[in-house]
Ligand binder design. Structure first.
Ligand SMILES: Cc1ncc(COP(=O)(O)O)c(C=O)c1O
Length: 395
């Protein structure tokens, strides 16, 4: 089928929830993909942080194919090996104690929110029931995760919302302390606000949160759906801050392209959810777990050092580009603020036409390339971006 035929089908039969770019992607290898006319595009988006090891990584493909041949699905009422092995690998990698497997970031976050609620109801019955999240955060699009998301614009149309959420300003310790009423029993943060504009939390702010949580037995829950699995040059972004969390959520890059989410529990929370408290038909699917297992095998210390180095290189190149005023973020999760007069949507559209896929986050350009992107792919894409910025600046 050609592009227009697919577009017509899509627009006729698929709910219009996405603002799609005019591009039909058919296949990919590494950080490059091809449209239906075999035009090659460099992908600086990794499917919004999902294709952590690029398209079609051979070790990942082999693990997934091998598992499909053996067993594609079995219910959670029985044991399966890929899930058990992946849980062990995740715990060993992060120092967490137990795992619940979900299928997406929002679902992982639902699991975290339910864990917080049950912890509070058991430990502080009638006294605590509230979860504090940050203004400008993003935690998902289910009703509860949307409620946790501190962006009023996204709440329009979808109320009434569950009770028991309060919101504090990011990087504002005084505001956080003010919002921390006695009913709050959990604080849920992204170390780098991704959808909110690639804004890292400040060291002091995160340290203050960790101290308050420790002093008051408040759960420290970290949403690593976008930042986790090596994206920022550490396995978890929270490692940049030296904090010990009670709950961590993962998704996106974990499966290397297959849908999987995970809730990781620390010492305080590892026994909170018991039989019948939570579940998911597809959660821990053997094929997704085999793919995630292959991703984890690849992300060793040497790999992470490479991510940090590539991130530094990318940041340096972006910082020097005319048209870019400021670069934010950590590792290979970067945001670029454009100089006045340039619009990110124009830059993204022009780059797409010239064969480079770039994301937006609020008014910024957002860079989430596959962690395995080669220097050559990076340079080719950055060359195109730099040309587009120069062209648009002269219009
Ligand atoms: C920090 C964070 N949490 C949760 C989500 C929701 O993940 P999903 O789209 O897989 O439900 C996202 C997605 O962008 C995210 O960036």
């Amino acid at each position: 089928m050609n592009f227009l035929q697919v577009k017509e089908l899509d627009q006729t039969y698929i709910a219009g929830t996405y603002g799609r770019n005019n591009l039909l992607v058919q296949k990919g290898a590494g950080a490059s993909c091809q449209d239906e006319q075999e035009r090659t595009l460099i992908d600086f988006s990794a499917g919004i942080g999902v294709n952590s090891i690029g398209f079609g990584n051979p070790a990942w493909v082999a693990a997934v194919k091998d598992q499909i041949d053996k067993l594609a699905h079995m219910s959670n009422l029985y044991y399966t090996q890929p899930m058990a092995l992946l849980a062990k690998a995740l715990c060993q990698r992060t120092g967490m104690q137990k795992v619940f497997f979900a299928n997406s970031g929002a679902e992982a976050n639902e699991g975290a929110l339910k864990t917080a609620r049950k912890y509070m109801s058991e430990r502080y019955p009638g006294q605590r029931d509230t979860i504090l999240t940050l203004i400008n955060s993003f935690h998902g699009r289910t009703i509860a995760t949307l409620t946790a998301t501190g962006q009023e614009g996204m709440h329009r149309h979808f109320g009434p919302f569950p009770q028991g959420f309060v919101y504090a300003k990011a990087n504002d310790i005084a505001d956080l302390k003010e919002k921390l009423n006695p009913r709050v029993g959990a604080i849920f943060i992204e170390c780098v606000q991704g959808e909110g504009g690639v804004i890292p939390l400040e060291q002091d702010f995160v340290k203050a949160i960790a101290d308050l949580c420790h002093e008051r037995d408040i759960l420290l829950m970290v949403d690593e759906v976008q930042t986790g699995v090596g994206r920022t040059g550490k396995f978890l972004a929270l490692e940049h801050y030296g904090i010990t969390p009670d709950v961590v959520t993962l998704a996106k890059g974990l499966g290397g392209g297959l849908p999987i989410g995970a809730v990781l529990f620390g010492e305080k929370t590892k026994e909170v959810l018991g039989k019948g408290d939570h579940g998911s038909t597809f959660g821990g699917n053997p094929v997704c777990c085999a793919g995630a297992g292959a991703v984890l095998e690849m992300i060793d210390d040497g790999f992470l050092a490479q991510v940090a180095e590539t991130g530094t290189y990318l940041r340096g190149r972006l910082s020097q580009m005319p048209g870019i005023a400021e670069v934010s973020g950590k590792g290979m999760m970067l945001g670029a603020t454009l100089v006045e007069g340039l619009k990110n949507t124009d830059v993204i559209a022009a780059c797409g036409e010239k064969g480079v896929i770039i994301l937006a986050a609020k008014h910024k350009l957002r860079f989430l390339p596959p962690l395995t992107i080669t220097r050559q792919e990076l340079d080719t894409g950055l060359g195109v971006l730099s040309g587009v910025l120069a062209e648009l600046a002269h219009q």
